[in-house]
Design a binder for this molecule. Structure first.
Ligand code: SF4
Length: 362
């Protein structure tokens, strides 16, 4: 399964949630920054007195995509679909079982520890809960100074100056450096997390549910901050979220994951206007329309998400799919092209598209 991210310039679509500002990017040749190929991450399941291995959790099971410089790929799916594990495997926080991750053309699994340390400067992450990722016993100044200390950058005075500039850059007062993370609101803490992520001027930031826990208005501010930084620094963003409504307005491309695999990928507007996978349609149908005169018919999926220890044969979605036929139970659907940049893994995607508009609005 393979897909290429960020092939079209993004615009603010009609009906966009107020407050989000996606800057239209000029069309230019896209240089791949991150190339993920057939990535698999399995976690062993152990049981018994001797903790014998009895199986594997198939958290990520053959994921491929590329992400160009300065572009955003939204990776979405329900909780437990493996999207967070994709982000962590890319950063080697979780070891991959197989497959490859290339960054600027270099296969990350072939790097020495020292080379990895250099590459990690260019690849940063912003977590959902900044309280968990910010050391509560350190001041914000100490937290933001740490990357410079680790990489032996600048004198003490220069580092403090950089910390003050970083805080201003993310919309906080330099005096925030003297305070502790718990003294800030959730949105402010996320700004601190972002300041730490951009400290070493990375090329890629993985936003792992970075705005999911925030109120809508604060969420818009943080998203706009990320987009502003992206424009200034030509940052690539891998935006991991379960909230399709946010992903829609920040992403150039969107990839939809289910049970460890990507089911569909397309330019952002295309996937919302013409979803070709039944699962994508169900996710889109759950997004409220910000117009009381318009209604969208909600598609309620039957049954639970199957266990990732024993994913269903054939199409992984067949146990919940209203379009499923016998072939879906035994044959894994291949990646098919719906239109340029729009790919889907479904035996019956044409029937799904022809079945009519479930989207019901922007
Ligand atoms: Fe549904 Fe079959 Fe398509 Fe899977 S391949 S999404 S089960 S129609």
């Amino acid at each position: 399964m393979s897909a290429t991210a960020a092939s079209t310039a993004a615009k603010v679509p009609a009906g966009a949630e107020p407050g989000f500002t996606r800057h239209a990017a000029a069309e230019q040749p896209l240089e791949p920054l991150l190339e993920v190929e057939n990535l698999r991450t399995l976690f062993p399941v152990r049981a018994g007195v001797f903790l014998r291995k009895i199986g594997d959790v198939h958290a990520v099971d053959g994921v491929s995509f590329t992400l160009a410089r300065g572009r955003t790929l939204g990776l979405v799916g329900e909780s437990g679909c493996g999207k967070t594990t994709v982000g962590r495997t890319i950063l080697n926080l979780v070891p991959p079982t197989s497959g490859s991750v290339r960054f600027e053309g270099r296969n990350l699994s072939e790097l020495s520890r020292r080379e990895w340390r250099d590459v990690r400067r260019d690849m940063q992450i912003v977590f959902q809960d900044p309280m968990e990722s910010l050391n509560a016993r350190h001041t914000v100044g100490q937290i933001l100074e740490e990357p410079f200390v680790i990489h032996k950058i600048g004198t003490t005075a220069e580092r403090r100056e950089r910390v003050a500039r970083l805080l201003e850059h993310v919309g906080l007062q330099p005096s925030a450096a003297q305070r502790f993370p718990h003294e800030f609101s959730g949105g402010q803490r996320q700004r601190i997390g972002i300041a730490r992520a951009i400290a070493l001027e990375p090329k890629l930031i993985i936003c792992d549910e970075a705005v999911s826990a925030l109120d809508v208005s604060i969420r818009a501010q943080i998203v706009n901050l990320l987009l502003e930084l992206q424009r200034e620094m030509d940052l690539a963003l891998l935006f991991i979220a379960h909230d399709l409504s946010v992903v829609k307005h920040v992403s150039d491309d969107v990839a939809v994951m289910y049970l460890g695999v990507i089911m569909e990928q397309a330019p952002s507007e295309e996937i919302y206007e013409r979803p070709a996978h039944p699962y994508t349609r169900a996710l889109i149908s759950a997004i409220p329309i910000p117009d009381p005169r318009r209604k969208r018919q909600r598609i309620v999926l039957q049954g639970d998400v199957p266990s990732p220890i024993h994913p269903p044969p054939g199409c992984r979605f067949h146990t919940r799919c209203p379009f499923a036929t016998d072939i879906c139970k035994t044959v894994v659907p291949v990646w098919e092209s719906v239109s340029p940049g729009h790919n889907v893994a479904c035996h019956h995607w044409r029937k799904v598209v022809e079945s009519g508009d479930v989207v019901g609005g922007p």
